[in-house]
Design a protein around this ligand. Structure first.
Ligand SMILES: CC(C)(COP(=O)(O)OP(=O)(O)OC[C@H]1O[C@@H](n2cnc3c(N)ncnc32)[C@H](O)[C@@H]1OP(=O)(O)O)[C@@H](O)C(=O)NCCC(=O)NCCS
Length: 158
């Protein structure tokens, strides 16, 4: 398993994964464009089985963009590795406040459980995107500086 910066040839596989999770409406009002320069893929035996990305909003703020792991490869810890990878990347770039909009209750619980996110609001979807039966995003936020400090302390203790 490797996590690598996305290459042009990976994009069709990423788009297929987006379709799997009903997030392939790009460009659209919900997702006008993808910040490809900040995307990473997880590859197993040469196949792209997951990806994640983020968007820089200012010198100190960013939001996560898209992330998905192939349905057949979930629960193996790939999502945990991808999310940790992008959070470290953003922390290294000086990002202090990270925002994530998420709709699936299981994913929201996962972000809160593992990465120190807190719920800060709700945002109505402007059209179908991701779960068709959920009409709003839950906005989550994490203090990335604090998360990075705590991750370093845990690593030093191990
Ligand atoms: C969120 C997502 C990326 C996590 O990927 P993943 O590789 O399954 O992540 P992990 O293996 O690290 O952890 C998944 C959690 O689901 C549990 N799980 C176990 N088997 C699972 C399975 N077959 N399917 C889904 N989840 C499973 C894991 O135990 C883990 O829970 P825990 O950490 O609370 O114990 C993935 O579920 C996904 O693509 N979801 C749809 C898109 C989405 O919600 N993206 C985020 C947008 S904001």
């Amino acid at each position: 398993m490797t996590i690598e910066k996305i290459q042009e040839a990976d994009k069709p596989q990423v788009m297929a994964l987006l379709k799997q999770v009903n997030m392939h409406y790009v460009p659209s009002a919900e997702m006008p464009e993808i910040s490809w320069e900040n995307y990473f893929v997880v590859r197993m035996k040469g196949r792209v089985v997951g990806f994640c990305g983020y968007k820089i909003l200012s010198d100190t703020e960013a939001k996560t963009e898209l992330m998905a792991v192939d349905r057949d490869c979930r629960g193996l810890g790939l999502g945990l590795k991808l999310q940790t990878f992008r959070m470290k990347e953003m922390a290294c770039r000086g990002i202090k406040i990270l925002t994530t909009n998420c709709d699936l209750p299981k994913s929201i619980a996962w972000y809160k459980k593992h990465f120190g996110y807190e719920e800060v609001g709700r945002l109505k979807k402007v059209h179908e995107y991701s779960a068709p039966d959920i009409d709003c995003w839950t906005t989550l936020r994490v203090d990335l500086e604090k998360w990075a400090r705590q991750s370093r302390e845990v690593a030093a203790d191990e």
